[in-house]
Design a protein around this ligand. Structure first.
Ligand code: PRX
Length: 650
């Protein structure tokens, strides 16, 4: 725990921002007392609290029991039958939102398309009917690998409508990543596009799918959306155009009556081993929790134009572009492209043009904007903004202050939202009309969340002492397992402290009960708000024929938060060279995706190991970050390895 203590001492932040009176006036929850009273109730009587909240949703059949908990297995709203797509669309239309814009989309080249709730429902039904005709039935996993276009949201809702779990793969991932995930999920169908726009270039999505299929032969159907009109490989028996199968379909498709615990989706995330984990989320609990968190944390109101800049391929996009906002009947904005296309003013131009009211992004983006200068956002009218959000990694107080001043005009609360792919929804974040903000703190747990900071033995730590963040009670949107690997589920999250969810994040709680997140405690690195398992990158490097062994560690990075440094020992038959270095970096990008490409790569004759043969990543991390090794080397087998590595310059 000494590492967490040292992080802690450098983070003393005393600035405080109480909820602005103008904001409080219209907020759903208006005072700390109200928050605390609801939170207490939700912890003391979770079944009463959640049972009541479930009534705001549409159920074909209400639940018999709110919760069945046999750690680590939770069942929420047991016996209930519902449909998440119905709740996102039909229920909103029944509530009078049919003509209200549901999705407001801007493509990177600049085109704008709006779907009202009624139009979106029609499109979802047509797509659902098309999927059924292609043979997709309840329980069949549909792999989706698409750009940030409305059809991506439509595809996921169409799957939800017919009870087919989706497995969305971020469009920045490579062919091997698609093949691994489709194979793990035993998926037989992929929805994709010819390409997607990113920084003025076409990302060759269909080509990547083709390459994936050459590695995994289980795909029988590929549905291709025409987006960029780029040339693509085509297989007549297997591939169909989206417009050919969807456009002629009926706009009526009855929503499947799903069991509350039916699988809604799988989303793969990095862990400490080389194999991504298929995190499983089910229907009822996820639906209720994402709707309620979206409502209270973003303080959603009917006229909000809400923009979350994440890609739908990450959990943030699943919960807070699609399912959470749509269940609140607001307009959710989707943008296809890069923040700097054609220049660094693009996001602010979108805010100005579409009169965005709530804006949710990642610290890495904020740091990148900061670096480009204050004068860029100053050129735009950002006065429609009422609230800002942050997600993905701890936000450093300087970035928080810059965001507050230059984007939020010092009037918008900032909700720093802590959560994970596994948690399904936000667990720790300010309720903006109630909680006093402290830059760098995610503040207080949401309703029903019993968060604590503990030591290895599970003993709760006193205020300001660092420790492990754990969640002591089940919550509705918690993961239900790791697809095809329930041992890993048990092992990874529930074995450290029986019956308690282990987040793998370090944290401290201050005197006022605010949580301050301090980063991961395992071998998972957070790059630009996305989790990359170092083991996965090591496996990718080692899969290159010239490589004998590799170690990958995280190092601090000004914009990305963290970056990767790789140490590579080649087979004796190979010789280090700049070309080989480039080739290995390109190999990682090909195997996993550009996001996992190390910033540094050094060749070494051997890796520093303990006498028992474990790679001493701690020393490599120190070396890569500071250029030298001062830490404890007593367990090191052979110091000459470090000496020769230090002599190298990169
Ligand atoms: O370390 C925490 C960090 O991101 C991890 C979860 O990553 P992922 O599953 O990819 O989900 C990211 C988006 C929800 C966490 O274990 N993290 C996420 N949000 C925050 C954060 N760290 C500090 N503050 C946050 N607000």
């Amino acid at each position: 725990m000494s590492d967490t203590q040292s992080i802690m001492s450098s983070m003393v932040e005393t600035r405080e921002f109480p909820p602005p009176p103008d904001f409080v006036k219209d907020a759903h929850i208006k005072s700390i007392d109200e928050y605390e009273q609801l939170h207490r109730q939700s912890i003391e009587d979770p079944e009463g609290f959640w049972g009541e909240r479930a009534k705001n949703h549409h159920w074909f059949k209400p639940h018999d029991t709110v919760l069945e908990w046999n750690a680590p297995n939770a069942k929420w709203f047991v016996g209930g039958k519902t449909n998440v797509a119905y709740n996102c669309l039909d229920l909103q239309i029944e509530r009078g939102r049919g003509d209200h814009p549901a999705i407001l989309w801007e493509g990177e080249p600049g085109e704008v398309v709006t779907f009202t709730y009624s139009e979106l429902r029609d499109r979802v039904c047509q797509t659902a009917n098309a999927l059924k005709k292609l043979g997709v039935g309840k329980g069949d996993v549909v792999t989706i690998y698409m750009p940030m276009v409305p059809e991506l949201a439509i595809a996921m809702l169409a799957c939800a409508r017919i009870g087919a779990p989706h497995s969305i793969i971020f469009g920045g991932f490579s062919a091997s990543a698609i093949a691994d995930r489709a194979k793990d999920a035993e998926s037989k169908i992929i929805l994709t596009a010819d390409g997607g726009w990113r920084r003025g270039k076409v990302v060759p999505l269909k080509q990547n799918v083709e390459d994936a299929i050459s590695q995994y032969g289980g795909i029988a159907k590929v549905v291709v959306l025409k987006r960029c009109e780029n040339d693509i490989p085509w297989n007549d028996g297997r591939d169909v155009w989206w417009h050919d199968v969807v456009d002629a379909e009926s706009t009526e498709c009855e929503a499947e009556q799903c069991d509350s615990e039916d699988l809604l989706f799988i989303l793969y995330t990095s862990g400490t081993t080389g194999k991504p984990k298929g995190i499983m989320h089910t229907t009822g609990g996820y639906m209720v929790y994402t709707a309620l968190t979206a409502k209270h944390i973003f303080d959603l109101k009917p006229d909000d134009v809400y923009w979350c800049t994440a890609d739908i391929g990450w959990i943030t996009g699943h919960s807070y572009i699609t399912y959470g906002p749509l269940q609140n009947g607001v307009t959710t904005l989707m943008y296809e492209g890069a923040p700097n296309q054609p220049d660094w003013g693009r996001f602010w131009e979108i805010v100005q043009k579409h009169k965005v009211t709530k804006f949710y992004t990642a610290p890495t983006a904020i740091r990148a904007f900061m670096r480009q200068g204050d004068d860029i956002p100053a050129k735009y009218d950002l006065s429609t903004l009422k609230l800002l959000g942050s997600v993905g990694e701890p936000i450093n107080p300087e970035a928080w202050m810059w965001y507050h001043e230059h984007i939020g005009g010092e009037r918008c609360p900032i909700v720093d939202t802590w959560w994970q792919t596994e948690t399904g929804g936000i667990l720790i974040a300010p309720i903006p009309g109630a909680i006093t903000l402290k830059p760098g703190s995610a503040t207080r747990p949401f309703f029903g969340i019993d968060a604590a900071v503990v030591d290895e033995a599970g003993v709760e730590q006193p205020a300001n002492a660092g420790g492990f963040l754990v969640i002591r009670k089940p919550w509705p949107s918690m993961l239900r397992g790791v697809y095809g690997d329930m041992n890993r589920f048990q092992e990874q999250y529930w074995s450290q402290l029986p019956g308690i969810y282990f987040t793998s994040d370090a944290c401290r709680r201050d005197d006022d009960g605010n949580f301050w997140l301090m980063g991961r405690v395992d071998d998972v690195i957070n790059i630009s708000g996305h989790r990359i398992g170092t083991a996965e990158v090591e496996s990718a490097i080692v899969s290159h024929p010239t490589v004998a062994e590799a170690a990958v560690v995280g190092i601090p990075h000004e914009i990305k938060g963290q970056a990767l440094a790789a140490f590579v020992a080649l087979k004796s038959s190979s010789t280090p060279s700049d070309d080989l270095k480039k080739e290995l970096l390109a190999h990682v990008a090909k195997e996993i995706g550009a996001i996992a490409r190390p910033d540094q790569l050094r060749f070494t004759d051997a890796l520093p190991k303990t006498r028992s043969g474990k790679i001493m990543r701690r020393l490599l991390k120190e070396l890569a970050s500071t250029g030298e090794v001062k830490g404890d080397t007593t367990t090191l087998e052979d110091f000459s390895v470090i000496a020769s590595l230090s002599a190298d310059d990169d």
